[in-house]
Design a protein around this ligand. Structure first.
Ligand SMILES: NC(=O)c1ccc[n+]([C@@H]2O[C@H](COP(=O)([O-])OP(=O)(O)OC[C@H]3O[C@@H](n4cnc5c(N)ncnc54)[C@H](O)[C@@H]3O)[C@@H](O)[C@H]2O)c1
Length: 361
């Protein structure tokens, strides 16, 4: 696998994308001592892989039930105790093998264990490959909100073995697609056009298409991470689709929509807002809408409108009391605006409901 890489300060983080065992084996060989946190579903599906890791000298493995409830301080503390008692220390490398939950939690553990040890992320979901594993954001949830406690801790390496995606359920694949459509809108014509022509191949898990799209997505995220490592400026563009998306997720108590599904809804709603503010041409809106229609499921899930509107105020993108929206102004262009009227938001929500992506209550 020829690695892509992204730079953060003096560090260059290699990202291996492909279908070979060697990058993981090499990283294991390089680690004086390996600590492993592995998603329990992945461990069950890929027994052979774990026999290999188990045979690595002195490797210590913790199996994780990857739920949002377990992405917590309590679970982090449990893992810290487990690893400290097994003498995992400064010279060890922690391998996180699983989706975004495993990566966020294990990365957080690595960031605080003896003030930070090396870690290596092996993302096994499409979302974790294209999004959560890249950029160094690690953390856990708190009862006040999701991802409220965390750190920036860059991995030593990220190893994306697309063979893991063979066992990924369709809904999880769609989840990753939400972020991929977002990247395509951000990146521009070449990516968007490729996705328009190849989304069916992607949904059918065509190996070459998956690898190409993962690479294009990582290249897109890399541009933002390198320019704005600690999310103080332009990295905010990655929140495209997320202002409305988060409101929909939160108003349905995170039980009706997977995150990426909510992002797809958010993308259409925010493009609708942009069109009605005369920032986006109707033809570009239609392209985004058509793409989302082909990927998202038609959901009759009820979203309480007033609750969703109320949630916007608590979004992390609120600044000085104003809700900040990232709005598309074309394929490959966005703008940040804090003057979106409530009427525009309501109209956009009504539109996504009329299109069958949600139903309103
Ligand atoms: N750190 C960041 O920058 C960042 C960015 C986006 C999302 N996130 C976080 O990522 C999390 C969501 O990640 P996710 O969507 O990967 O979810 P996840 O980790 O919950 O994985 C989804 C499901 O897929 C299963 N799974 C994983 N790999 C599999 C495989 N190869 N085959 C079959 N099943 C498999 C898991 O067991 C789980 O049931 C959220 O907690 C979110 O907050 C973090």
């Amino acid at each position: 696998m020829k690695p892509l890489s992204y730079r953060v300060g003096a560090a260059r983080i290699p990202v291996f994308i492909g279908d070979s065992d060697s990058p993981l084996k090499n990283q294991l060989r390089l680690a004086p001592k390996a600590a492993v946190v592995v998603d329990k579903n992945v461990a069950a599906l890929y027994k052979n892989l774990f026999e290999d890791i188990g045979s690595a000298d002195g490797a210590v493995t913790a199996v994780l039930d990857a739920t949002e409830e377990n992405k917590s301080m309590e679970k982090a503390e449990e893992l810290l105790s487990f690893f400290l008692e097994k003498n995992i220390g400064r010279d060890s490398v922690l391998f996180a093998i699983g989706g975004g939950i495993t990566g966020d939690l294990a990365g957080f553990v690595a960031s605080v264990l003896q003030r930070g040890i090396g870690y290596c992320h092996v993302p096994t979901t499409l979302l974790a490959m294209v999004d959560s594993s890249v950029g160094g954001k690690v953390g856990v949830n708190h009862k006040v909100g999701k991802n409220m406690i965390g750190a920036f801790h860059q991995p030593n390496a990220i190893i994306m073995d697309t063979r893991f995606l063979e066992t990924l359920p369709k809904q999880e694949l769609i989840c990753g697609m939400g972020e991929i459509v977002k990247y395509a809108v951000l990146r521009g014509e070449v990516f968007f056009d490729f996705l328009e022509k190849n989304h069916t191949r992607l949904l059918n898990k065509d190996k070459k298409t998956l690898e190409r799209i993962v690479r294009m997505s990582v290249e897109t995220k890399k541009r933002y991470v390198e320019k704005d490592t600690r999310e103080a400026g332009v990295r905010a563009h990655l929140n495209l689709g997320h202002t409305i998306g988060h409101a929909v997720e939160a108003a349905t108590n995170y039980t009706k929509f997977k995150h990426g599904e909510a992002v797809l809804i958010g993308l259409v709603a925010e493009a609708h807002i942009a069109m009605h503010m005369k920032l986006l041409r109707p033809s570009s809106f239609e392209r985004i809408l058509k793409m989302v229609r082909q990927i998202a499921r038609q959901a009759n899930e009820k979203v309480p409108l007033d609750d969703a509107l109320g949630r916007l105020k608590y979004d992390k993108k609120v600044k000085a009391g104003k809700v900040r929206f990232v709005l598309p102004t074309g394929i490959g262009r966005v703008v940040i605006r804090d003057d979106v009227s409530m009427k525009n938001v309501v109209d956009a929500m009504k539109f996504v409901a009329s299109d069958g992506l949600i139903s309103l209550s």
